[in-house]
Each structure stands twice: as C-alpha cells, then as structure tokens.
Design a protein around this ligand. Structure first.
Ligand code: CP
Ligand code: NVA
Length: 327
C-alpha cells in the first residue's frame, strides 16, 4: 500500500494534526470568501472520491459530499445496498475494483480491519468515516472547535462522559497528540479499549497532557474546559439500548455536571443527540453548547484531510498560502 490513508487517528503525526487544523481553519476562511463569489478550488479536479456507507449518516455523508465538490472533485456516494458488498462480495475484491475507478475511498463500516483490507487492495487513499473502533474525522473537527474557543490546547482538559466507544477512542488519541488533557468517565463494563488508552498515554507523556480513565463522572467533570458526550448505544448496538439506558443514566451530561466544569467550559456532542438521555435539552441547547459549530467543522476538517491525502497538498500549505489557499 503506497497511498496515504487515514484509518486510525494516529495516521497523522501530532505535528501533522496541528498543521491540518491550520489548513481546516484556512479553508473555512476561504469558504466564507467563496460564498461572496470568489473563484472555486480545483484541488481535487479530475478526481472521483467514493463515499461508501455501511451505516447511516447525516453529517459525515453530507459534509464529505459537499467537501469533495467544493474542492473541485466528484463525490460518488454509495450505500452497501448499492454495492455487491451488501450481498457478500469481499472487501478485498471491492477495493481492488474501486481502486481502478476512483482516486480515493471514504468508508463508514464496522470493523477497523475492513478499512485496512480496503486500503491494501485498492491502492488508493482510504479515509475512516467511522468504524466500531474509531471516528478520526470527528476528533479532528472536535479539536478545531476546542482550539477555536480557547486559542490552543495547553493546560486545557476535555472530559468525555459515557460509553468508551469509537468517539471516545479517537478523542483520546487526538487529544493526547496535541497536548489536550482527556478524561473519560464511563460506567463499569463500558471502559474504552485498554490498548487505545495505552497508545493515548504514550502520546500524552510525549506531548505534555494527561489521560484519565475513571468511573467517577463528577470528579472527571470538575474544572474541565470541555464536557463531551455521545449516544449510549452506538450504531449496531440498538438491541442493547434499553439495558444501557439504565446503566448510563448517572452519566448524563446535565446542568448539575456542567456546573462542576470551568466557568468558561463548552459542551460538545458529535450528534445525533438524544435530549433527555445522554444530554439534557437545557445543556445542548444552552449558551455553553458549541455542537453546531462542531458539526460545521466536520466539513472544514475533512476538506483539509482530502486536500492532503487525495489532492497532494502538503499539510500546512493551505494555511501557509493565505486565505485564498492558492498553491
Ligand atoms: N457525528 C457524525 O458522524 O454524524 P453522522 O452519523 O450523522 O455522520
Ligand atoms: N458512537 C456513535 C457515533 C455516531 C456518530 C455510533 O457509532 O453510532
């Protein structure tokens, strides 16, 4: 496999992650100018990007489709129902074939190993649009949202309350890489994967941040600058929803928990949200919430990923070129 992929969050080095955030912010500025009628971007001109979804999606699907178009490329959205993949064709054969037609594959699927197989067989860049284990594009948008609010990451802490799931995993890895402290508070039996926590701790010690994994949500929220939560039952776990609701209830992100955080704390949620379950309506719809800025930042962060991995722009080049983003 020679093409550069984003399969796990740490496929970008800490330095590259920071440069990518700069590019994403520059693309956001460029887009605001574009809306005022400037000439379009042709970073992906002549390139087709397959967008394969084996699970539902609103934000990821739409932001990737819009993002590819805004970079001058052609998005090709495909659900598993559209593909022989949904009828048992192997990932390896699917990758080998798609690699003959398209210049990159963005995929949302189940096991992380499916992405690795797809990258190996297709020979084109593969971007993780969520697996059972990780959600790297979400974490990049989350970092951008935190940096927008606080200027940098130094001395800041993000507390994630709830399931030690894909979103928690990518936040642990991404936060650790950029020096943002990450605390995960989870009910017994729903801890993040110890292998991911170990990787995050390794990165954190090299980048001046701290990783905490605990069952004490109140202690984890105390003095934190970002409170974050996600659904209690992820896609594929629908049959566990009722059982999980009882276990997770003490971990809801409500006004009482938010009151323990720093005075200037913000609230994030990757969405979709269930008001009255993992997050109180008054919190997600309240003045500390940044969830819709966070959702918008998906677009900018993913455009930065595509420009680098598919368009061949060196990371940091868009920000370095000024607001017009010219090469
Ligand atoms: N946050 C997120 O990935 O949303 P979608 O499932 O709508 O893509
Ligand atoms: N953990 C959630 C994230 C959705 C964006 C899931 O995997 O369903």
């Amino acid at each position: 496999m020679s093409a550069r992929s984003l399969i796990t969050t740490t496929d970008l080095s800490p330095q590259e992650t920071l440069l990518l955030l700069d590019d994403a912010a520059a693309l956001r500025e460029q887009r605001r100018e574009l809306v005022l009628g400037r000439a379009g971007d042709d970073t992906l001109r002549g390139r087709t990007v397959a967008l394969v979804f084996e699970k539902p999606s609103t934000r990821t699907r739409v932001s990737f489709e819009v993002g590819v178009r805004e970079l001058g490329g052609t998005p090709l959205p495909l659900s598993s129902a559209d593909l022989q993949l949904g009828r048992g064709e192997t990932v390896a054969d699917t990758g080998a074939v798609l690699g003959r037609y398209v210049q990159a594959i963005v995929i949302r699927t189940f096991a992380q190993s499916r992405l690795e197989e797809l990258a190996a067989s297709s020979g084109v860049p593969v971007v993780n649009a969520l697996t059972d284990e990780e959600h790297p594009c979400q974490a990049l948008a989350d970092l951008l949202t935190v940096r927008d609010e606080f200027g940098d990451f130094s001395g800041r802490t993000l507390t994630y309350v709830g399931d030690g799931n894909n979103v928690a995993h990518s936040l642990l890895l991404a936060g650790a890489a950029v020096g943002l402290g990450v605390r995960v508070a989870h009910p017994d039996g729903y801890a993040p994967d110890p292998a991911i926590v170990a990787r995050a701790r390794g990165l954190a010690s090299a980048h001046g941040s701290e990783i905490t994994v605990t069952t004490d949500a109140r202690e984890a929220a105390s003095g934190s600058h970002v409170l974050y939560t996600d659904v209690w039952a992820s896609m594929g776990q629908e049959s566990e929803s009722q059982a999980r609701a009882a276990v997770f209830a003490p971990y809801a992100l409500d006004a009482t928990l938010l009151a323990l955080a720093a005075d200037d704390a913000i609230v994030l949620h990757c969405l979709p949200a269930h008001r009255g379950e993992e997050i109180a309506a008054e919190v997600i719809d309240g003045p500390r919430s940044r969830v819709f800025d966070q959702a918008e930042n998906r677009l900018h962060a993913q455009k930065a990923v595509l420009a680098a991995l598919v368009g061949g722009r060196p990371l940091g080049a868009i920000a370095g070129a000024g607001s017009a983003g010219t090469p």
